[in-house]
Design a protein around this ligand. Structure first.
Ligand code: M6R
Length: 539
């Protein structure tokens, strides 16, 4: 059996914080976030356990050790510990003196078992296991497995023995694999509970719940403007950040699509900060705008998924998203990872400028840390979206509405739908409805409304009433309970309650699922939509 070394997601990326974490009896590697690790740690310390690291993982190690000290065998101890963990995570656990036993557990983060000849492997997906084997069993949500060299027994979250099929992976030849999914886009949507915490962990000190942002080589306290530029989905991530930064840090944010900004000779502030967002790091317009900003004395920070990309190489500071390779042309996990970095940037600027208190920062960070669990829960109810997609697939035009940070999400939702289903879709700020788009509304136009129950919710409800009065079919994405919705809706995707700041990361997921399932119903080429390329290296 093989365990692969993993760097810390909590605490600084030092050797001390690197996985595996261990006691004399137990050793663990872990992906994801144990949300209740602070409580567990305090409880275990009170019971005499000494922690060596800043990681959440160490709480798991001591918890299992504690159960063993109380007389349980390794498998039962691991099972007892798993029941006490909250969050989205994947775990690999081995025990001193048990060289033919490994426990695997999946809750929210993907995990795959690899079958060798007289040996078994454990990894987050087939790509990680490709050098060892092409025979893979994917664990399902809540599964845990008892692995021996000869094979594995798999149990569901209720402890029932279950059979999960083993499949032949093509990862070794193609280096990428769809796992149990029909399309890369589906796989990438489902990876979000794993890649968001991986990304957040790069910018957050999980122990203190404070942002730990890299030095951008510029005094964030004295900047008087932030310039953001990007294209497509990455631009919408930047637009969400405008709301965040202006609200939290009280700094004006200038944002424009790169194809416009590169030519309009925008005046730039002296010694300003310019932020570029790009999954590929190769988008021609974004790169050209970066060069324009650089030539005009801006400090350049880039949020990229490909660290070796041209945009990364030409930046003063690189802020990576840890989304892993994104193959589907429609950007999904890269978007929410970009939002993760931008959320931390907003907090970092706010802290530097003294516009946000330590308590507010901890509250925001805790809101972000909880997200993967809620996203995983949402993904377990994916069936809801199939019925909505059946109806949407009959539409010729679809409108998306939102206010505040939900406005960029409306734009992003519309982009996602149109690019993969080829249904005409437009996003609008809900308040703009009566300035034109309302003329389009009749009973044939579905209107998707992104409306968390925040301080703008009542205003959005008024817009929904205007839509309903004209026969528009409303699909509402909201955490508001049905009794709070004073107008007729055709469908209501009831969202979990999360912190108001964190809603864009969560509400992006239903817009992705709506687009994905509609495209599947339409039978389009989901991963390679017509006329589009993953990386737009020409203008
Ligand atoms: O690689 P980049 O993030 O710079 O790409 C920007 C856009 O081309 C990209 O987000 C595009 O809009 C996606 N197809 C949207 O899903």
């Amino acid at each position: 059996m093989a365990l692969v070394t993993r760097w810390a997601t909590h605490g600084r990326p030092t050797e001390r914080n690197a996985h595996p974490h261990m006691t004399a009896q137990v050793s663990v590697v872990h992906n994801g976030i144990i949300e209740n690790f602070r409580e567990l740690r305090a409880d275990l310390e009170a019971k005499g356990h000494t922690f060596e690291t800043d990681t959440d993982t160490e709480a798991v190690v001591h918890l299992i050790t504690h159960e063993m000290q109380n007389g349980l065998g390794p498998v039962e101890a691991a099972r007892a510990a798993l029941k006490q963990l909250r969050g989205a995570f994947a775990l690999g656990i081995i025990f001193a003196g048990q060289d033919d036993l490994m426990i695997a557990a999946r809750q929210g983060s993907p995990l795959a078992l690899g079958h060798g000849t007289g040996e078994m492997y454990l990894g987050s997906d087939a790509i990680a296991l490709a050098p060892f084997t092409d025979t893979i069993t994917y664990l399902e949500e809540g599964d845990w497995a008892v692995m021996h060299r000869s094979g594995a027994e798999i149990f569901d979250r209720d402890g029932r023995r279950v059979d999960r099929p083993s499949v032949k992976s093509v990862a070794s030849s193609l280096l990428v694999d769809k796992g149990n999914h029909r399309h890369f886009m589906a796989k990438e949507i489902h990876e979000q509970p794993e890649v968001i915490p991986n990304t957040l962990a790069n910018y957050i000190d999980m122990v203190t719940a404070r942002v730990n942002f890299p030095d951008l080589g510029i005094d964030l306290a004295s900047i008087n403007r932030v310039t953001i530029s990007a294209c497509g989905t990455a631009y919408y991530a930047g637009l969400v950040a405008k709301y965040w930064i202006e609200r939290i840090a009280r700094v004006p944010v200038e944002i424009d699509v790169a194809s416009e900004m590169r030519y309009r000779e925008a005046p730039l502030p002296k010694d300003g900060l310019a932020v570029f967002v790009s999954q590929s790091g190769e988008t021609a317009d974004t790169l050209a705008t970066l060069r324009y900003c650089k030539a005009n004395g801006q400090r350049i920070a880039s949020i990229v998924n490909v660290r070796t990309s041209t945009i990364a190489r030409e930046s003063d500071a690189v802020l990576p998203t840890l989304a892993g390779p994104e193959i589907g042309v429609a950007s999904t996990k890269a978007f929410t990872c970009q939002l993760s970095v931008l959320a931390c940037l907003a907090v970092a600027i706010g802290r530097a400028r003294g516009t946000i208190s330590a308590e507010q920062e901890v509250e925001i960070v805790n809101g972000l840390i909880e997200l993967p669990r809620h996203i995983a829960a949402l993904l377990r109810n994916e069936q809801t979206f199939v019925a909505i997609a059946q109806d949407l697939s009959k539409a010729r035009d679809v409108l998306y509405l939102g206010r505040g940070t939900s406005y960029p999400l409306a734009l992003e939702g519309a982009l996602k739908l149109k690019e993969i289903s080829y249904i005409h879709a437009e996003g609008y700020a809900a308040g703009e409805l009566k300035h034109g788009p309302i003329a389009l509304i009749d009973e044939n136009v579905p209107v998707i409304v992104v409306a968390p129950e925040d301080d703008l919710f009542e205003k959005t409800i008024s817009n929904m009433q205007e839509v309903a009065a004209r026969g528009g079919q409303i699909i509402l994405i909201s955490d508001a309970l049905p009794e709070k919705i004073s107008c007729k809706v055709a469908a209501h995707i009831l969202m979990p309650k999360v912190s108001s700041f964190a809603t864009p990361l969560l509400y992006a997921v239903p817009t992705q699922l709506i687009a994905y399932h509609t495209a599947v119903v339409m039978g389009t080429d989901v991963d390679q939509p017509r006329n589009l390329a993953k990386s737009v290296t020409v203008e």
